[in-house]
Design a protein around this ligand. Structure first.
Ligand SMILES: *Cc1c(COP(=O)(O)O)cnc(C)c1O
Ligand code: SF4
Length: 347
């Protein structure tokens, strides 16, 4: 079975809800739904299914609000050469291609990703690598895109070898959705391309719902972990998909049980046409607070917001250090424990 890539293909699988705005919604971003993800969808009610909703176009995508942005995290303002985003002194993003195994309707780069957005040409890649070579303060290179694991293993190995040869680069980090949505791509060839580097290689996998951790996906994560690759989890907080305590609890536990350390829970970005996925920051904080008393420290992600305009990511709470004081010590601080009780701490 092939990846579904059109409204017609989704219609044949009865995944669509009839709406005259659907064609316009579909045009706003490429469609791709892998057979592995299709197999996880509850066909009785796809309009509410947490897997289907991530990949199937929704008429609500045609509703754009004034706060939403074409470049929600300000990548363009921080791009010194094509394919590089340099926001923090010690690390850069390198985007070798714009293709993904699936297209997530809430994607923060939804106006950039897709089969039309080509990979960097050989010359452009040379210039991007030259930039990294010339900037000795770059300690970490974060490969993103698109999805770097969509490169053929031979090309990926070549790229990693060229980065590995830059001696000030100590860490290579890849962000990918491949092991989750298309685990069959985690082949021995791919593992061989990833392992055995001088620089430490970390892999961040993007996973939003516990059902995404199917038997095949858990096996792919085990192959990666067995190959010695440290795994991080990234989740986007999404309304109606994972913005409830039970779902986040199961997701974070399932990741840790697969040797994936939850790294970030991303507050959804102000991407055009994604208001139906957005959750309030207050709700995100309340969920994080509830997770704190209930889940192992290993299973706690940091809740972050990418500040619009290219200002980078910051943790957005919740905070456990309250204003005010208890009893007769006006200098003291108030600390709230994970169960909601307040305690005094001397300043
Ligand atoms: C997210 C991001 C990074 C990585 O940030 P970490 O907090 O190190 O994960 C680096 N550069 C840019 C431009 C980013 O958007
Ligand atoms: S895989 Fe990542 S980059 Fe690609 S569409 Fe999904 S969120 Fe966007």
């Amino acid at each position: 079975m092939e990846t579904l890539r059109s409204l017609e293909a989704l219609e044949r699988e009865r995944l669509l809800t009839a709406d005259p705005r659907l064609a316009e919604a579909a045009q706003s971003m490429a469609i791709a739904l892998t057979p592995d993800m299709l197999a996880l969808i509850d066909r009785r009610d796809p309009a509410r299914d947490p897997i289907a909703r991530q990949f199937v176009p929704d008429a609500a995508e045609t509703e754009v609000s004034a706060d939403e942005l074409a470049d929600p995290i300000g990548d363009e303002a921080r791009s010194p050469v094509k394919g590089i985003v340099h926001r923090y002194p010690d690390r850069v993003l390198l985007k070798p291609l714009h293709v993904c195994p699936v297209y997530c309707r809430f994607c923060f780069r939804r106006e950039k990703v897709g089969p039309g957005g080509e990979a960097l040409s050989a010359g452009e890649l040379d210039s991007a690598l030259a930039y990294i070579r010339e900037h000795r303060e770059i300690w970490e290179v974060i490969l993103t895109g698109g999805d770097p694991l969509m490169l053929a293993p031979r090309r990926l190995a070549e790229l990693l070898a060229r980065l590995d040869a830059i001696d000030h680069v100590a860490v290579l980090r890849i962000h990918s959705r491949v092991p989750i949505v298309d685990p069959g791509r985690v082949t021995n060839e791919l593992l061989a391309a990833l392992r055995g580097r001088r620089a430490a290689l970390w892999l961040g996998v993007h996973c939003n719902h516990p059902r995404e951790l199917s038997t095949a996906t858990r096996a792919a994560l085990a192959r990666l972990a067995d190959a010695g690759i440290p795994l991080l989890g990234q989740t986007v907080l999404l309304a109606g998909i994972n913005d409830d305590l039970e779902t986040l609890d199961r997701l974070m536990r399932a990741l840790v049980a697969s040797r994936v350390k939850p790294y970030y829970l991303h507050h959804p970005d102000l991407v055009r046409g994604t208001g139906h996925f957005r959750v309030s920051i207050e709700r995100g904080q309340a969920l994080m607070k509830a997770l704190r008393g209930r889940l192992s420290g290993l299973a706690q992600p940091t809740y972050v917001l990418d500040v619009p305009g290219g200002h980078g990511k910051v943790p957005i709470g919740p905070s456990y250090l309250g204003p005010g004081h208890l009893g007769d010590d006006p200098q003291g601080l108030l600390v709230e424990d994970a169960f909601g009780e307040r305690h005094r701490y001397p300043r």
